[in-house]
Design a binder for this molecule. Sequence first.
Ligand SMILES: Cc1cc2nc3c(=O)[nH]c(=O)nc-3n(C[C@H](O)[C@H](O)[C@H](O)COP(=O)(O)OP(=O)(O)OC[C@H]3O[C@@H](n4cnc5c(N)ncnc54)[C@H](O)[C@@H]3O)c2cc1C
Length: 444
Amino acid sequence: MERYDVVVVGGGPAGFNAVKTVRELHPGRRVLVVNDREDLQIPCALPYVVSGVLSPEKNRYPLQKVKEMGASLLIDRVVSLNPSDSSLFTSGGKAISYERLILATGWVPRRLQVPGGKLQNIHYIDTATPAVEEFVRKVKEAKKIVLIGGGFISVGFADLISRNMPGKKLTVVEASPRIASGVFSSGTLKEMEETLKKQGVEILKNEKVVGFEGETSVEKVVLSSGELEADLVFVFIGFLPNTKLAVDAGIATERGFIKVDRFLRTSADNILAAGNCIYHTSAVDGDFTPGMVASVSARDGRIAGANVSGPQVEDTGIVPAGVTEVGGKFYGFAGYTEELLQRKEFSFKEVTVTSADAYPMALNANPLTVRLYFLKNGRLVGGEVIGESKIVSSTVDFLSSLIAAGKKAEELLSLVTVAFPPVTPPPLLQPVQEGALLFLKEES
Ligand SMILES: Cc1cc2nc3c(=O)[nH]c(=O)nc-3n(C[C@H](O)[C@H](O)[C@H](O)COP(=O)(O)OP(=O)(O)OC[C@H]3O[C@@H](n4cnc5c(N)ncnc54)[C@H](O)[C@@H]3O)c2cc1C
């Protein structure tokens, strides 16, 4: 039996960063990464690849880099774990023992269980390069594309395909009344939808897919209220945590995710877990919060890697955040959304400020809109950011940190932010501080 100090199952963002952190903080440790597939794509950029903006060649996921970090890489599937004697077994017939194990097995796509679901040209997202190359070819050839599910990812595909491959009939079918996973305010969602419609995308909400029809390949998507012609279908109805390995080994789960403590240790001795497969809690109120994004996985990997020799870095909860692009504009959010605040029946106040992403006299200054959600006691718990430049993502990160730190409106007034004409809002109109001021004025 081969023996390693640390074995990481899964080489996605969580596993990759776990390896990097172990190698940097605990350099003497022998590390093995086991991943079941080799030639992968970076998932975040897939909408750009599938719409022809970026070639698959330029979007290769850098799995092999773990070897440059001094770790060993095994392309194989781990099929069982035996926590009682710290060993695991692979489909390729290897038996490996570990001192510490990090499970970073990620996500699997949620499947639609309806009649006709096995017809050709009905696809789920797959990050293997050959599968993505097939998507690129099929999207180019297709005339009637139906995207099932109107979440963040589907919206990204709809936007990029409609802008870069005109002339196709593109329909998004969403079962709920809201697109983009409902993470934006109703006004923002309306703006996004109008843009997509102008780009020729048809959006059907409150519509359930009940089946597919066709000879060998899909020809129709059957809805609860009618039918849609289609020659290509992508199903984007969400991700599930990939926990079979952990569950079969008797490791505790909660809501289907691997349960971890604040140092990302699972219920089994010497086994940590990180990424999309683990249960995340909110930094705002400690409640369950979904964290199925690469940025959270990469951060989890760092925490798990740092903790292989014992508790060092504590997980204090996450603030969900994301950015998407529609019609050349970037839409970002952080923390509690309008919908979630309403669902949790929190008493909150919304303020909206429009500033600029550069000083007004700078070339190419564009509007930057920031919407903030404060609880009645003044605590910032969520926000959204809309603009046309990279500053959207840094503003989302800024909001995220303020939310995690539990900052209140009056505390925001004393922050110092950087100001420089071509790349920041003017200091006289710093949008987060202007929002705090507006909240305090309206509450006084
Ligand atoms: C189209 C698309 C766009 C996205 N856009 C964004 C974005 O813009 N921003 C963002 O933050 N997130 C985005 N995401 C989400 C992001 O890709 C995931 O959250 C992230 O990949 C999860 O990382 P992970 O390491 O937890 O798991 P994964 O990336 O799923 O990695 C797990 C790895 O483990 C392997 N594995 C699983 N089981 C075994 C086993 N038994 N043996 C060996 N190997 C195994 C899997 O094959 C996989 O390679 C996007 C996802 C998609 C699909």
